[in-house]
Design a protein around this ligand. Sequence first.
Ligand SMILES: [Fe+2]
Ligand SMILES: [Fe+2]
Length: 269
Amino acid sequence: MTLPVSIDSVGAACAYVMLTPDPYAKLMAARAVARAWRLGRLAHRFDTAMPDRPARPATPKLLPPGQMPRRGKIGSERARIAMLHALAHIEFVAIDLAFDLIGRFGGEFPRAFTDQWMQVGAEEAMHFALLDRRLRQMGSHYGALPAHDGLWQAAEETAGDALARLAIVPMVLEARALDITPATVERFESVGDSTTAKMLQRIMHDEIRHVSAGTTWFSWATNRLGVESANHYQMLVKRHFRGSVKPPFNDSARRQAGLTEDFYAALAT
Ligand SMILES: [Fe+2]
Ligand SMILES: [Fe+2]
């Protein structure tokens, strides 16, 4: 896929991904934008306002988190499909989160910030494609079940502050995925579905780097402000995150991502 010629800046390209509703078209747009950036075809210019909300396809139906139907008996195929569908939705939203981060805040950071988050955005698109393909192999697809709308709330809550966005999205929400994924992998392994288990492990490997990108740029920005990173992180999480930061933590994966205990131990509930 090639981008329309009018898309010649990073800002315009990020808005283009966000305003593409169809899942397959969005994933192709994400890959095309990351590629165009790599090839030097986009100016490092942030001249386009990001939409408040990304365009969404007609399905899945979005429900408030508390209204999601129950997943059925653990171990049943129905429950596994529901779990993969929930993960596919997270990856789908993660595409928009990456491009919104770049388009909204990239101008406050050096070019290397855009380099790194473009790569993250392309990886989220690949994760979504992997999960949707697996759902199709199991007789379902993304959009077949409802999904919950909690993730974008975190984006709205942090739309005005790059540091709050980095603290909440990669350093709380993506870090939590590192805590949860090993148990999910085990669950798929225990029913003999090693294909899904391996896929989730591969995704987790990338997610460690996404958390690491969050931690790296958070520290870069707090150093520049002359404030202490861990304290500032705790203040922002208390102010902007309504959920709880709860153990058990995957300390080793978090540490690999530069998210050491001095950041989150004091927040644990
Ligand atoms: Fe991902
Ligand atoms: Fe990610």
